[in-house]
Write a protein that binds this ligand. Sequence first.
Ligand code: HEC
Length: 164
Amino acid sequence: MNKRTWVRNILLPARIPAACHALVLIAVAAGPAAAEDSVEAIVKMRIASMETMDKAVKNISSSFDPVFPYEPQEVMAEAKKIQAEAKRIPELFPEGSMTSKSEALADIWSRKGAKKFTKNAKSLVKRVNNLVSAANRDDRDAVADEIRRINRICEGCHAKFRKN
Ligand code: HEC
């Protein structure tokens, strides 16, 4: 083995694991901070998502205000917004995702709580699907009825799983 081959075969491969160790150490050091960042991000995202639903529910409700004309297109668009956000609820609440900015209660992830939480999220999706089809056939009484039911689901989940 001449010197060059020796360097390539023996020294270089040995250096790769060393470099990997360094990377692993960096990753371990950055890990908790990175995880915290991503919890912050997810809390921010779900608050934005909840606020989108809130605005959409209010817009639909105000469509029944006699002062304004009922706009079927707008009701449909708002219903679809709620539909898109409602589906995201499970993924926006990964286990233990709480920060000082979050009003989520830890019971969301208890064994009993998790079941109820998921059930609430599912009932919301179901009702919102009904809302979208009511809006689609422009059945205004059904829209009004669904939005009332939806409001009750939102409030029910908040009463159990959100700090007041
Ligand atoms: C499955 C349970 C659940 C359902 C269903 C649900 N929410 Fe929430 N909502 C929460 C939780 C938990 C929080 C607190 C999130 C946090 O602060 O991390 C929250 C927070 C909020 C907030 C406060 C956001 C802020 O500014 O801090 C609003 C507004 C809101 N929800 C609106 C709605 C509306 C409107 C609906 C129904 C269309 C709804 N939510 C359905 C669980 C739910």
